[in-house]
Design a protein around this ligand. Structure first.
Ligand SMILES: [Zn+2]
Length: 250
């Protein structure tokens, strides 16, 4: 019971990490600066390399974690070759060739090249030519196109879990230590942002004074529609991932 509860807490945390990663909502220092300028203004230097501003883009391309990203790809390919391919092969006698290993290495190099590619890979997306090549290369190892898709989903899910475990979690531990040194406390972080409260009351006062114009109403409607569309996309993707997980018995 305790174990399954722990597992589901872990899964929820992993899911939340995925959603935040795809919407650039992780509490990277640049996002914290936008949310809480009263605490983080001008304090956005990456705690890992202590050189550049910490943005999502930087988090996934920071020099300090370059080796770790390469290691993550290595353990991902190990999983593909040692676990998932043998499990799904139609003909168990087919040996994995060095060409296939080269193909995986190239795919890794391309994925790790840009943070945008890493995010797409985490979402289980890749361009049509890569996707065709994936099917083709896996077919050579005795994997049907349906199974190739299953292995692709497993691969991207393993990759995102590894990013959280080996890059995001250590980064958070380091950031917490840095915050302690800077005198940023938990209580302070949980407290209300005094600027936001001030801004909010100012906004309410202005809104009460001014009659709402047609244009303003239109902007609000557009904003509302955009938020609804984003929420729908988010729900669809997560429903799809959840179904995929159930289907794969993960
Ligand atoms: Zn850095």
């Amino acid at each position: 019971m305790g174990n399954s509860l722990n597992t589901s807490i872990k899964q929820n945390k992993e899911r939340a990490f995925g959603i935040k990663l795809m919407h650039n909502e992780l509490p990277t220092l640049d996002n914290l600066e936008k949310r809480r300028p009263d605490i983080y203004l001008g304090k956005t230097t990456c705690v890992m390399c202590q050189n550049e501003k910490e943005t999502l883009d930087h988090l996934l391309s920071c020099k300090y974690t370059e080796e770790i990203r390469k290691q993550i790809w290595k353990s991902t390919t190990k999983k593909i070759i040692e676990n998932w391919i043998p499990r799904h092969q139609s003909n168990k006698k087919i040996q994995i060739s060095s060409h296939f290993e080269d193909f995986l290495k190239n795919l890794g190099d391309n994925t790790l090249l840009l943070s945008k590619n890493i995010i797409n890979f985490c979402l289980g997306l890749c361009d049509t030519s890569d996707s065709k090549n994936w099917d083709l290369q896996l077919a050579k190892t005795g994997i049907t196109s349906g199974k190739a898709k299953i292995i692709f989903i497993k691969t991207s899910q393993f990759f995102i879990r590894s990013l959280r475990k080996h890059i995001w979690n250590p980064r958070c531990e380091k950031t917490q230590l840095w915050e302690k040194e800077m005198g940023i406390t938990r209580i302070q972080k949980r407290s209300r942002n005094p600027d936001a409260t001030k801004l909010k009351s100012q906004r309410i006062r202005t809104l009460n004074k001014r009659p709402r114009g047609k244009k303003e109403k239109l902007n609000q409607d557009q904003d509302h529609n955009r938020k609804n569309t984003l929420e729908n996309i988010r729900m669809t993707i997560w429903h799809w991932i959840k179904e995929g997980k159930k289907w794969l018995n993960m």
